[in-house]
Write a protein of this length. Structure first.
Length: 688
């Protein structure tokens, strides 16, 4: 592609003809050249979309590559940039302005897009095809550069395209000949080679026919031939349990065995050979925690297929489960490297981890807590968020490391640490120092945050009882809220387009993730708005989510369940009569509480009809769906509203009766509204 630089003469002529400005006089280009991270680039694109020329687009995409080259390679960061809405905008702009680009810009844009591993079917990459190169070659010829090496490159592209067409015709003829030979193949070697070469080119019906022929000679295949057939079956996505079991019996690599076991577990196979179970048993000590977790999941599927062993752990599957547990415990006890342990924990989740490994894991992490540094503290905090486990010693260590090395932690990752302390409702010994360090660090980069991330930061701080004025003012202003609204709309339309494409392609995939994230951000903004209005009225932030909450109420009508009705009747009997209490009450600022009743200055219950409170319809059995309760507002002196909240296990940390941050914040707000709050720990799945 360096040969394309010979077109600089063409570029200079175009510059003179059209009187283009120099780069140095362009303020947007100067800003782009001075940027140090992708957030600044995306922010500039979102604010100046209509002003961006092809030079700006090229410079923005090139800057994204330069920024990533200065850091260690990270798949998470690459995925973040590829899926970012403004990167999508940049690619659309590049596609629309590609006719205006000179050769150097064309090469830079193509290189940058391919550097981010954009799919080959991406619309921008499709633009850079032989037809475009043909037009480009005409421009080269008009400039009398037909002897340039670039013409050879363009010709080479044309030659490759013709060659591909020739190969395609050859393969069609090859496929025709193989189909004719199909019925005459009898020897194991010929059948194996026929399957390997023909299966990828034919439809599923013929694949099935070829697979049946292979099955007849399966016992005659050696280990290498079995491996070749099994890998080809994987390539064409056709599965045969017997061949896979034969392949399993000769494999020795844990990752390969795990892959084949996973395939077998998804097939309704009536029987698994003992040799397969033996092979899995032999490989277990070599597996890491993530592989052991996958084996557990697949073994449980096997046990579901095999009813005699479904409820018994004494058979071969039971011994495998016990051995996996034993190996996992041993690996945790002998692990002496925190970074390696966190790497194995990255994709570890599910019931086995929560019910079997969690306690042992916390013990191992406790022993390795001195290895927590600024470089791994974010990964460590992220892991603890997933466990929902409240270990004060580990939390204190995280807070100490973050406080001491806050300047070395990337500002866009600080929210992970704050969310951990907010979720688990914990304040470290030097809480003020810790939160001040985090707030000061993020305050320097408020303009660089994505809207959804800044809202999450504000919500996490509010849950912990902190309302830094800079952060609150950065969120609750017209410019930022307009940006939030635009981002939510963009995610909504991206979801609609994705759903339409999947419908046209007849694919079934999970496409609700962007919309769930957008809805989560909208809910967090509402909860942050409510928290600021209740706890910091001096900031004079208006409550502008009333209509939003009313729409949520309409979509999620709270119909009281049988258990709640029974508790309501029981509460009425204790207090005197049913009109002494209300259930499913909606307070001002749209908090919903399970039950509410009032007491007078003598601590005696007061019926609602005596206070001229509207009695709900009899068919709702006391549910105040339409009316709002307003704490002490409108009550005689000495009267008190009591709010009774029944909390299930999700409201508490994994290992204690300590409530989570959002539950503590709700209680705090209800008390501000004038309630005395009674929280009852229970589990609604268990009959009372």
């Amino acid at each position: 592609m360096t040969n394309m630089l010979c077109l600089r003469r063409f570029y200079l002529i175009a510059t003179k003809c059209f009187n283009c400005r120099t780069w140095s006089s362009d303020t947007l280009l100067n800003q782009l050249n001075n940027f140090t991270n992708e957030h600044q680039v995306f922010s500039l694109v979102s604010k100046n979309r209509a002003r961006l020329s092809e030079k700006h687009v090229k410079s923005a995409i090139k800057k994204l590559v330069q920024v990533q080259k200065t850091r260690p390679w990270s798949s998470e960061t690459m995925d973040y940039i590829r899926s970012h809405s403004q990167f999508f905008v940049l690619r659309i702009l590049a596609e629309n302005k590609i006719e205006c680009m000179d050769d150097e810009a064309l090469v830079d844009v193509l290189y940058s897009v391919l550097w981010f591993s954009v799919d080959a079917h991406d619309s921008l990459v499709e633009e850079l095809t032989p037809p475009l190169l043909s037009k480009f070659s005409l421009c080269v010829y008009e400039q009398q550069l037909h002897h340039s090496p670039l013409m050879g490159e363009i010709a080479n592209v044309g030659f490759v395209s013709c060659n591909e067409l020739h190969i395609s015709c050859y393969l069609m003829e090859f496929k025709k000949k193989l189909i004719e030979l199909k019925d005459n193949c009898n020897s194991p070697l010929n059948v194996m080679q026929l399957f390997v070469h023909l299966a990828p080119m034919v439809q599923q019906e013929m694949q099935k026919e070829l697979s049946e022929k292979v099955l007849l000679i399966a016992d005659d295949l050696d280990w290498y031939q079995t491996l070749t057939v099994a890998e080809k079956m994987q390539e064409v996505q056709y599965r045969n349990p017997l061949l896979i079991e034969n392949h399993l019996q000769v494999k020795r690599v844990p990752a390969d065995i795990l892959m084949l076991v996973q395939v077998l577990s998804n097939l309704p196979s009536p029987y698994v050979d003992e040799a397969v179970v033996t092979q899995v048993d032999a490989i277990i000590p070599q597996c890491n925690l993530n592989q052991l977790n996958s084996f557990i999941v697949n073994l449980l599927k096997w046990m579901k297929h095999h009813k005699p062993n479904q409820k018994s752990y004494s058979g071969p599957y039971g011994s495998l489960l016990q051995k996996i547990n034993s190996c996992a415990f041993q690996r945790l006890e002998t692990m002496n490297n925190l970074d390696l342990l966190l790497k194995e924990f990255k994709y570890l989740h599910g019931k086995w981890f929560q019910e079997v490994l969690l306690e042992k894991t916390i013990v191992a992490l406790h022993q390795l807590r001195d290895q927590i540094t600024w470089s791994n503290v974010v990964k460590f905090a992220s892991f603890l968020i997933g466990t929902n486990y409240r270990c004060t010693l580990l939390l204190d260590k995280i807070a100490a490391v973050a406080t001491e090395h806050i300047d070395q932690i990337y500002y866009s990752e600080v929210h992970v640490i704050l969310v951990l302390f907010s979720l688990l409702n914990y304040e470290p010994p030097e809480a003020e120092k810790f939160f001040d360090a985090c707030i000061n660090h993020i305050s320097l980069h408020l303009e660089d945050y994505e809207p959804s991330l800044l809202i999450l930061l504000g919500f996490a701080l509010a849950s912990s009882g902190y309302f830094p004025q800079k952060v609150i003012k950065a969120i609750f202003n017209i410019e930022f809220l307009s940006k939030v609204d635009a981002e939510l709309q963009t995610q909504y339309y991206i979801l609609k387009i994705a759903l339409l494409c999947l419908f046209l392609l007849d694919l079934k995939k999970k496409t609700d993730v962007p919309w769930k994230q957008a809805r989560k951000s909208a809910l967090q903004l509402m909860e942050l708005n409510r928290a600021v209005c209740l706890e910091c009225p001096e900031l004079q932030i208006p409550w502008f989510h009333k209509r939003f909450c009313e729409q949520l109420k309409e979509k999620n009508t709270d119909l009281s369940g049988l258990l709640q009705q029974q508790i309501y009747i029981l509460l009425g009997e204790i207090l005197g009569r049913s009109h002494y209490a209300r259930c499913s009450v909606l307070t001002s600022y749209f908090y919903r509480i399970d039950f509410e009743f009032m007491i007078d200055k003598n601590k005696k219950p007061v019926p609602y009809i005596d206070q001229h409170v509207a009695v709900p319809n009899s068919d709702r059995i006391g549910c105040a769906e339409a009316g709002h309760s307003c704490g002490k507002k409108g009550l005689p002196p000495g009267f008190q509203r009591i709010a009774v909240e029944f909390l299930n296990s999700e409201a508490f940390c994994k290992n204690s009766n300590h409530v989570k941050g959002f539950i503590a914040m709700k209680k705090r707000h209800l008390e501000i509204l004038g309630y005395q709050v009674v929280q009852v720990a229970t589990n609604f799945k268990v009959p009372m």
